[in-house]
Design a protein around this ligand. Structure first.
Ligand SMILES: [Zn+2]
Length: 346
């Protein structure tokens, strides 16, 4: 399963405003005191005027009154900019924005700190910074726990509780994982589908739960990446009927509880041999004409990840550099993804 729910879709135009902020940024100290860029620069200009010729000129006022942002508002702004950078796949910039936001928040802002550590952990993971990611997942868990103990004003108790518990499991699991071994078979439960044969893939054409011919082709392209690396044991063909296919792909509807993306297997012996797999994919519409390039890329990424589950990867890779990482943004397989599927089907 893959979740996009905590990746706000902020437009990438924030990036340019962020870059301009960085180029002329006031010191962190000025920001921490609640000053805006315009105010800090205005004061610096006045100082230069006095120091230049030894005589004070009439003070130069800032061009326009700028709103005074509190540290919390400034932190929220940096978080938004970090999320925009993440969406644009500028992960280093995202980390930098999140770090700035974290430096502005007081220690007792536990819920906001937890949210920030959470998103920075993902950014660390997808750049291969596993240890830093682990430290941030721990900090996110601890701050959700702290938020639940203190004054709960502004805290979504249900959300914070489930994230505290999920992150607790994640942190313990990561402590036993190696993100750099040749494959991640030790991190997952390995299953396999109809070994040795060509897998029949049925992609629904239904207007309600299926895809247009163009999107079916697009989805099958993503699925076939699992067949196209050297030595891949997987073969697939599109199949016209559902009842005798191996993998059934459908569009998740809005009332589906798993409306982002999910995959499931029906095992014939209750354990490792899969008789049929199901893949549910979220997409804005039946047709691609209403989809942005970013939405199409997300569908490609989701299909690639969920197909890995459908083929028998029951679990996730601990490394953010693999498609089977639980929040992977990738649109191609890593060597470890390829090695893992080779090993499962050898
Ligand atoms: Zn998954």
């Amino acid at each position: 399963m893959l979740k996009y729910s905590n990746r706000p879709t902020v437009v990438a135009t924030f990036i340019s405003s962020l870059l301009s902020l960085q180029l002329g940024a006031p010191s962190n100290q000025a920001l921490a005191q609640g000053q805006t860029r315009t105010q800090a620069q205005g004061q610096a200009q006045v100082q230069r005027q006095v120091q230049g010729n030894g005589q004070a000129r009439p003070p130069i006022q800032p061009l326009a009154p700028a709103p005074i942002l509190t540290a919390a508002q400034q932190a929220a702004k940096y978080k938004e900019q970090g999320e925009a950078a993440y969406e644009a796949k500028n992960f280093a910039l995202a980390v930098s924005c999140y770090s700035r936001a974290l430096s502005l928040l007081p220690h007792d802002a536990a819920n906001s700190l937890a949210d920030l550590y959470y998103v920075r952990a993902m950014a660390h993971d997808v750049t291969g910074q596993f240890e830093r990611g682990t430290a941030d997942w721990q900090a996110a868990r601890d701050n959700y726990a702290k938020a639940l103990l203190g004054n709960k004003a502004g805290v979504n108790v249900e959300f914070a509780t489930s994230y505290r518990d999920e992150l607790n499991e994640l942190v313990h699991w990561r402590a036993t994982q190696s993100p750099s071994s040749p494959d991640y078979c030790d991190s997952i439960h390995c299953k396999r589908l109809a070994p040795g044969s060509v897998l029949k893939v049925f992609i629904s054409q239904s207007k309600k739960t299926g895809f247009s011919p163009e999107l079916r082709t697009f989805i099958f392209q993503a699925m076939r990446l699992w067949c196209q690396f050297p030595g891949s044991p997987i073969r697939m063909e599109l199949w016209p009927t559902q009842y005798d296919s191996n993998i059934i792909v459908q569009r998740a509807t809005a009332d589906d509880p798993m409306n982002i993306g999910s995959a499931g297997q029906t095992t014939s012996n209750g354990r490792e041999l899969v008789s049929k797999s199901f893949v549910n994919l979220s997409a804005p519409s039946y047709d691609e004409k209403d989809m942005t390039p970013r939405a199409k890329e997300q569908l490609f990424n989701l299909t690639l990840h969920e197909t890995g589950h459908a083929l028998g990867i029951d679990g996730h890779s601990p490394s953010g550099l693999d498609v089977m990482y639980f929040k992977s943004p990738l649109i191609k397989l890593s060597d470890r993804d390829a090695n893992t599927i080779r090993k499962i089907y050898q």
